[in-house]
Design a protein around this ligand. Sequence first.
Ligand code: GLN
Length: 399
Amino acid sequence: MRDDQSTFQKESPLSFGEGKGVRSRLPEVGTSIFSVMSKLALEHNAINLSQGFPDFAVSEVLVDLIHKNMNAGHNQYAPMPGVPALRKVISEVIEKTYQRATDFETEVTVTAGGTEAIFSTIAALVSAGDEVILFDPSYDCYDPAIRLNGGTPIHINLTAPDFSIDWQEVRDKVTSKTRMIMVNTPHNPSGAVLSELDLRELQEIALKNNLLVLSDEVYERIIFDDKKHESILKYPALANQIIAVFSFGKTFHATGWKVGYTVASPTLTTEIRKAHQFITFSVNTPTQFALAEYMAQPENYLSLGKFYQQKRDFFLQQIKGSSFKPLPCYGSYFQLLSYEGISQLSEKEMAVWMTKEKKLAPIPISVFYKDDTDQKILRFCFAKGEETLRKAGEILNQM
Ligand code: GLN
């Protein structure tokens, strides 16, 4: 049962031939938890609620649009910052949604998903020795992106059940070296969302200390219970120091297409593009043309919150009698469940054991803490069809 060590084993430093060690830039980093758990789920024929991705189809209309654009000959390199038609629609949607006038020529950059958007932003704007404040549990790419670019991550722990930010603690952690604060709302893995009050605190700290704010908002449209997404873009006083990151994968059920974008001031965007052009150069062309047409129809994204709220509620309904206790989930497509009282295993052990023995794969959230904080909580992705959620519910009820 306690064999998670091998599952989560870190890779040893690379080496070429006898005695010739190659210095790893990330010696303590292993394979991403999402790959590890999805592979384990596959090997053990388990229901995979670990890695976050929808198991339902992308709209046929959108798929047809890609065919149409491929047939129309849109198959060569897209312009480095993104197809203008797509950037134009993005800026219109941003204006409509967040009342922020956005110039598509100078403020929007299409990236290979949210992860590239984050990496390019950090590569462009964080220098050696800069400190970047981030909140744990933090998405797995944040810390390595900071360190690969010479920055120093300053982790602040947020804990269950509400994962709220103590802004005084943030003030205390700001030093003369702090360059950036990273936030994520709706939050992966916790499902927490930042409030207007949080954003005001963040704004005050960023303005006072002249900090950049990198706001990962890839789940902007997956928000529940009549809560409103508090985008950093709604804070004009911060206009010159914010970078917001979004993702089509989450909004249009197409995580495998890897298309996202950044919105930032022209000065910041110029810098981001300098990195982006050497990291991916440009993003898949027919997909961008298709997304431009599809995103122009608000009905294609406006009902997403309702759609996923139903899924969350359906999942919670299935596990009503279970000993697993749900934590509040206001956004994202992840539900945290506490197994306190069910098992003494660590989160990693529990995730592996459940996958192998119960045929249901979750994600331990301790992996998102630099200090491995273990709260006996697992993350379950509910972006799945009802049959899958029902089966997962049966397993959870029997434990
Ligand atoms: N964002 C997805 C999740 O949180 C994983 C993406 C990935 O596998 N890199 O589960």
